[in-house]
Design a protein around this ligand. Structure first.
Ligand code: BGC
Length: 446
């Protein structure tokens, strides 16, 4: 998985000037309204280790936050290879059990196994290679059973994110490897979309993030690329919309965007939904979005927008809500399961992509969005958390994390917590580790 920075979209063969029948690639209605995103027990289990780490340090506050996440916060299930197709069965069972309890869940799945996947960064290269019959294998061994399982479960609602990063690479990657992959990958994604047509399956095609495709020069080419893919899916194919910021670190709405966003019409993800939404509408395409806020970088964490790998410091972001304050956005939610690594890059000690990175998870908990702390303080509440009626899903501790809950008791900050920086009013000593300046605004116990 990778979220690259590319100001200039160089390559692109747009769908062409030839007149095409207007695409009716629209599924009606926001499928998230009145529903809750299904909790993923497999992910919750990974967080046991994180909770234990806090408990062993006597940090009940952060341990409670982890418990709240484990029990109440929905996350997408990543079906990142053929073996993991079995998780779809588990998700369906979970959804049925939730329905039995009187809940109204929607299952979030990420379809992520494209041949020559992650062609540019390589950290998440997948199991299929185009040079080894990967296109056919993708269709037969992965998409077909994926679609079959979903189509058989007509009593369950699904939101499916289609192939993170693929479109970003198609629009901006200049390497020969990516360029050669573009045509077959368009076909692969078109095929997946065509096989997943059903009224209980709501498709969101991944469009990278505002820092990558949101620059003015990239918006038109991105919308053209979407159009080309949907044409491959066939004239009857429908998608509900687009997923952005998957596994990236951009805030949803930021009133004070960092200087590296200067000149971009997509300085935060809500603005990206508007700017790309406009380009899509001009082409007769749908323009609804869902936005990943699984992890959000804290102010000053990145020197460049293009930093995408295990960015530190970061915190868990706004959990699931349909109260998005933007008519183009169906829901804000968690797609990347925070704590699963982006690759062997970024924060020290990072394991390979997808592997559990517990010290990173602990940092996300300590910097988590206030809704997590509130939910934990209220004893976890009952049932699924209802969206907090905020008009502005806020970022963890933005603009300055003055109420950072990282103090694990006593007067000093605990490991991974904030211990200083401009505007910081909390503890400046560490109960574990030493206080190190990450940047002007953020010092962390490491
Ligand atoms: C990894 C996948 C993983 C996903 C979610 C990707 O970067 O390559 O293996 O399932 O992230 O954590």
């Amino acid at each position: 998985m990778r979220a690259s920075f590319a100001v200039f979209a160089a390559l692109l063969a747009a769908a062409g000037a030839s007149p095409v029948p207007e695409l009716e690639a629209r599924q009606s209605g926001n499928p998230f309204i009145g529903r809750s995103l299904l909790v993923n027990p497999g992910y919750s289990k990974k967080l046991d280790q994180t909770r234990q780490a806090f408990l062993s340090r006597g940090d009940q506050t952060n341990a409670n936050k982890v418990k709240y996440i484990q029990e109440k916060i929905g996350t997408f299930w990543w079906i990142s290879n053929v073996f993991l197709l079995r998780d779809i069965d588990a998700a369906i069972e979970e959804a049925r059990a939730a329905k039995q309890r009187g809940e109204n869940p929607i299952v979030g799945l990420v379809l992520y196994n494209l041949p020559d996947r992650d062609c540019s960064a390589g950290e998440s290269a997948g199991e299929f290679k185009l040079s080894q019959n990967g296109l056919n294998r993708y269709k037969q061994e992965y998409v077909n059973p994926f679609a079959q399982k979903l189509k058989a479960a007509t009593d369950v609602q699904f939101a499916v994110i289609v192939e993170p990063d693929a479109l970003g690479n198609m629009v901006t990657s200049t390497s020969a490897f990516c360029r050669n992959a573009r045509g077959p990958q368009q076909e692969a994604i078109g095929y997946a979309i065509s096989q997943l047509q059903a009224s209980h399956i709501h498709l969101y095609l991944d469009v990278a993030n505002g820092g990558w495709l949101g620059w003015r020069d990239n918006l038109g080419p991105t919308a053209d690329e979407v159009k080309a893919i949907l044409q491959k899916a066939g004239s009857n194919a429908r998608v509900r919309g687009f997923a952005s910021n998957v596994s990236n670190y951009n805030p949803y709405q930021d009133s004070n965007p960092p200087s590296y966003t200067n000149g971009s019409p997509s300085a935060d993800e809500s603005r990206y939904a508007n700017s790309l939404g406009e380009a899509l509408r001009q082409r007769g395409l749908p323009s609804q979005f869902i936005i990943d806020q699984g992890r959000v970088a804290l102010p000053g964490a990145r020197r460049e927008w293009g930093e995408w790998c295990n960015v530190s410091p970061a915190g868990f972001g706004q959990p699931f809500t349909t109260n998005t304050n933007n008519p183009n956005v169906d829901a804000v939610l968690w797609v990347k399961p925070g704590g699963e690594s982006d690759g062997q890059c970024g924060m020290a000690g990072a394991p390979q992509a997808g592997a559990w990175f517990d010290s990173y998870a602990q940092m996300l908990v300590q910097n988590a969005h206030r809704e997590i702390a509130n939910g934990a303080n209220n004893g976890g509440g009952g049932g699924n958390p209802q969206p907090t009626p905020t008009t502005q899903p806020s970022q963890p501790s933005q603009p300055t994390p003055t109420s950072n809950p990282g103090n694990g008791g006593g007067n000093c900050a605990s490991m991974w917590a904030q211990c200083g920086g401009q505007g910081w009013n909390g503890p400046t000593c560490c109960s574990q580790g030493t206080c190190q300046a990450i940047n002007q605004w953020y010092h962390q116990c490491l």
